[in-house]
Design a binder for this molecule. Sequence first.
Ligand SMILES: NC(=O)c1ccc[n+]([C@@H]2O[C@H](COP(=O)([O-])OP(=O)(O)OC[C@H]3O[C@@H](n4cnc5c(N)ncnc54)[C@H](OP(=O)(O)O)[C@@H]3O)[C@@H](O)[C@H]2O)c1
Length: 324
Amino acid sequence: MFDADSLPYYDPAKERKVAVITGGSSGIGWYTVLHLYMHGYVVYICGRNSNRVNEAIKDVQREAQVRVEQRKPGPGRPAAHFGSLHYLHSDLSDLKCVERAAAKLRKREEKLDVLINNAAAVGLPYKLTKDNFEIQLQTNYIAHFLLSMRLLPLLQKARGRLITNTSVCHQLEFRYWPLSQGWNYRPNMVFTWLRYAMSTTASIQFTKMMAIKYPEVLCLSIRPGMVMSTHLFSYWTRLPIVGIFFWMLFQIVALLFGVSYEQGSLATLKCILSPHLTTDKDNGKYFITGAVESKPSYVANNLDDAASTWIWTVHALRDRGFEV
Ligand SMILES: NC(=O)c1ccc[n+]([C@@H]2O[C@H](COP(=O)([O-])OP(=O)(O)OC[C@H]3O[C@@H](n4cnc5c(N)ncnc54)[C@H](OP(=O)(O)O)[C@@H]3O)[C@@H](O)[C@H]2O)c1
């Protein structure tokens, strides 16, 4: 693991750096927001609950202040030029809401330095959104696809970065499944993970396609590592009776393979801030915990499959009145 202090700091009075993150009010996203704020970024946190996001904003500001006060003074220590934090309402299970958020941002900002597609829904029972997509597919992939396309002109203007958070679970998609494959079968305990795998594979494919289609934007996928204490698994730990067994199982997995929230955010932070990553040599790459370069599954890496996913998504969005 590396020290986030080794990444560049910006003074917002001299250079305005703008980031948008989905799901920045908790878990890995929260720490990503903390460090971006401390590095001088103007951060828009997309969320569906204003109370949760505004609470998170206050907590991040408090934590940043504490950390700066605890820093030992000395040469090479970064100055405390905090950025600013803003709530941007965006419920990813409602595509109209996603469009409104993007339109609002386009009115407020001239350029966007980084978009972090971080929010996720994991392990939920089969459910369709009001846009008629399966809930995990829409939250993790389709809504981020639409948000990214709507913010693309701002990203292009900044020659910015697009970061997609994915998961090791994408490996469960052992051969290409067309996205029309709903996996609406029982038991949920099995098929929900196939639906999740499909959504994260699609996210990696999307990021690769973006890198090819828009090479001026640095597009990277991340696998942050296992952080078992996040809200991601609360559906399972809150189940009556068996919830306690899932909780214990997740604690054991965390003990054996887990990383902390903050360690989970480091791969994302390095991909956002590292000056050593460039569009020429790194576009479309996949990084794992600690920002170590790696390879996703064969399916996620296959460009023909990625193109099929892209085409399916464009048509599915068009059928619902969203031109991309
Ligand atoms: N934790 C892990 O072990 C792990 C492993 C591999 C990959 N990841 C990836 O890392 C990323 C962050 O996960 P995390 O562990 O930090 O989870 P987390 O703390 O549960 O964060 C998920 C975020 O997504 C937001 N979200 C969910 N549905 C939404 C919707 N419909 N509209 C808007 N926001 C929504 C949540 O907001 P609310 O507060 O409103 O629910 C929450 O802020 C995810 O992409 C995940 O797939 C995590």
